[in-house]
Unconditional design. Structure first.
Length: 167
């Protein structure tokens, strides 16, 4: 895909993340957390990403968008399983660096991820979007995305789990 930015063409290349990319991945995770007003919530380290994403079996996968060898975006995903549907692809994060948003990078990452979902014969792709993130909601609606207003997010932190187990 070739785009024109400031009268200069550039190519977007989508590549599989490798262990050599963990620092770039962590920087994108932190940028997304800042955008989502939750920087203090990021406790993951490069070592965590290295261990969890590039061990056997990997806990996650990532696609990186690169322009002139520089990482400008990421789709971070993993497989889940629904007892009602079967294999699913869960998109944990789709992030594009601030200065690169609106230039087709998110679209290229998302569409490549849909190809992966198709190749892996998943029954559905799922993800979350914050209710106030209207640019992201608009982006996803272009793909006839179903937005549920009936399911609530549930979560236990590691501290919550530890407290319960140690009772």
């Amino acid at each position: 895909m070739e785009l024109i930015v400031m009268d200069k063409p550039f190519d977007i290349h989508i590549v599989e993340a490798t262990s050599a990319h963990v620092d770039e991945m962590l920087a994108l995770i932190k940028e997304l957390a800042a955008y989502e007003r939750s920087s203090e919530e990021v406790t993951i380290s490069a070592e965590d990403l290295l261990r969890d994403g590039f061990g056997n079996p990997p806990s996650f996968y990532a696609l990186l968008a690169k322009v002139n060898g520089v990482t400008v975006g990421m789709a971070f995903w993993y497989f889940t399983y629904s007892t009602w549907k079967g294999k699913e692809l869960y998109l944990e994060d789709l992030v594009v660096k601030k200065d690169w948003r609106g230039k087709g990078i998110g679209r290229k990452l998302f569409e490549e991820l849909m190809k992966r979902a198709f190749e892996h014969k998943v029954k559905r792709m799922r993800w979350q979007v914050l209710h106030w993130n209207t640019p992201a909601i608009g982006f996803y609606k272009q793909y006839q995305t179903f937005l549920s207003d009936q399911w609530l997010n549930c979560m236990l932190s590691d501290n919550d789990i530890r407290k319960w187990v140690e009772k």
